[in-house]
Write a protein that binds this ligand. Structure first.
Ligand SMILES: Cc1cc2nc3c(=O)[nH]c(=O)nc-3n(C[C@H](O)[C@H](O)[C@H](O)COP(=O)(O)OP(=O)(O)OC[C@H]3O[C@@H](n4cnc5c(N)ncnc54)[C@H](O)[C@@H]3O)c2cc1C
Length: 434
């Protein structure tokens, strides 16, 4: 392992690998340090990547990216205790380059992306944990400590891509505001099914895949659920507000079990053999939870910088990690080229993020998590939507059909839903998503 480098990147997840790839391509000496035995070995997520962010970084990425299935069907399911209303989109375009999303295993995807950084010249050092920052007398970051004997690496710049709860960003004093409300916990089961059973059950052929996002299936705890199809496994899980989980006194495994027992989900997971159970925190506070992004000699990218969006319709983090990592790499090239890696010189990183989809999306959807995790979106509106759907689809002969206006009115009264709240939330939703 090199004792010095231009750039040390901590963590070979999507953020770290993208940063290392960009910096190494420009000829910088880069060391990419990963605590796991290989990239992706320690990483969990729901299961869908949105790889269009790679279009410029790795043109024609789809010819080699290791995916399970291309997502050709995207559904949102709104759920009550016993009912479910699903809206599903199917797109033929999504089954051909440049695709839209894909299910992928992180062990495959992260190894592939980090391999690209290594091909570009970065030194990938696995089974090695960054244990702290090296600093000079002024407090400026000058490298990292690792758990190897004589494992210090000096560098002009450190990029922290060490994921949520980044202790490097904390050690550098970049987090001012730290609140449990900025985090959710994701819990997932991977269930194996024979490929032909899975394809038959989900009506999939070839490499087609289905992505279902679920609202309302979390026993009243603010959050959501998901179900994704891989080649011969399905990933089913929930994302739960940490504070809500704490207050409920329930256990995440019981919430998943209840989701799997729901009449809309049980037939989809029946007979699945449990292969994996995993849990991980998610930085869901959006811009409210974001740390400062630069210190003297250091940048922060990906989940370490809270660049993850879970806003009901979308659950995205890998793309933001790659996007922010690549921009951290570009900033490193500029700063090292000019011989100035002070926080002031690194401020171009924030500008780059602001001018890209990364912070543009976070800014636009700033209020989304509060709206989606609110009580009305979590429990009141799913009841209302399912109740109205049931009335619409129930044939009432010999009574004449009462009509949509009446059904909406009756369901609203039944659930005690005030028109004022619907208008208010509708307006907030329109301003957020519109
Ligand atoms: C339940 C769940 C579901 C999700 N679903 C999706 C989804 O479907 N689609 C999506 O796009 N995103 C999803 N996300 C979010 C996504 O996983 C993250 O946003 C993304 O992984 C962030 O990438 P990263 O590189 O910043 O961090 P990570 O992927 O966490 O990578 C950090 C890396 O740093 C390494 N590391 C950490 N500390 C050290 C250290 N001290 N020394 C050396 N190495 C270290 C880790 O081993 C890891 O390899 C989900 C997250 C969860 C928890």
């Amino acid at each position: 392992m090199a004792e010095s480098a231009d750039v040390v990147v901590a963590g070979a997840g999507p953020a770290g690998a993208a940063a290392a790839l960009v910096a190494a391509r420009a000829g910088l000496r880069v060391v990419l340090v990963e605590r796991g035995p290989f990239p992706g070995s320690k990483n969990m997520y729901g299961g869908v990547i949105y790889p269009r962010v790679l279009d410029t970084l790795l043109p024609r990425w789809w010819e080699e990216v290791p995916v399970q299935r291309w997502v050709t069907r995207r559904a949102t399911m709104v759920m009550t205790g016993t009912k479910a209303l699903t809206v599903e989109f199917r797109g033929e375009d999504w089954d051909a380059p440049p695709y839209n999303g894909a299910t992928a295993y992180r062990a495959d995807f992260d190894s592939w992306l980090a391999g690209k950084a290594a091909d570009a010249g970065a030194e990938l050092v696995c089974s090695t944990t960054v244990t702290g920052l090296l600093r000079d007398g002024t407090g400026r970051v000058t490298g990292v400590r690792t758990d190897r004997p004589d494992g210090d690496i000096r560098a002009s710049l450190v990029i922290a891509g060490d994921g949520v709860n980044s202790f490097l960003a904390k050690e550098a004093g970049l987090y001012e505001d730290w609140s449990v409300t900025h985090f959710t916990v994701g819990v997932k089961e991977v269930l194996a099914l024979p490929r032909e059973v899975l394809e038959d059950r989900f009506n999939l052929t070839g490499d087609e895949g289905l992505d279902i996002e679920i609202l309302g299936g979390t026993q009243g705890i603010p959050g959501g659920g998901f179900l994704y199809t891989n080649l011969d496994t399905i990933a089913v899980g929930v994302v739960l507000s940490l504070a809500g989980l704490r207050d409920s006194g329930k256990r995440p495994e019981d919430i998943i079990a209840a989701l799997k027992d729901h009449p809309a989900i049980a037939p989809l997971v029946r007979g699945g053999e449990l292969k994996e159970y995993s849990a991980h925190t998610i930085p869901e506070g959006g811009m409210d939870g974001m740390p400062h992004l630069a210190a003297d000699g250091m940048l922060v990218a990906g989940d370490a910088a809270h660049l993850c969006l879970a806003s009901g319709i979308w659950l995205e983090g890998v793309n933001f990690a790659i996007g922010s990592g690549a921009l951290a790499g570009e900033t490193a090239i500029e700063a090292i080229g000019s011989g100035d890696t002070s926080a002031a010189a690194l401020s171009g990183y924030r500008r780059r993020l602001e001018n890209s989809f990364v912070l543009a999306n976070h800014r636009k959807l700033r209020g989304a998590h509060k709206l989606i995790l609110g009580k009305r979106a979590q429990t009141v509106y799913p009841e209302l939507a399912c109740g109205i759907a049931q009335r619409v689809f129930t044939v009432t002969d010999p009574q004449p059909k009462a009509g949509l206006r009446r059904w909406v009115h009756d369901e609203r009264k039944r659930g005690g839903v005030r028109l004022r709240d619907i208008v208010k939330d509708g307006w907030v939703g329109w301003r957020t998503f519109g």
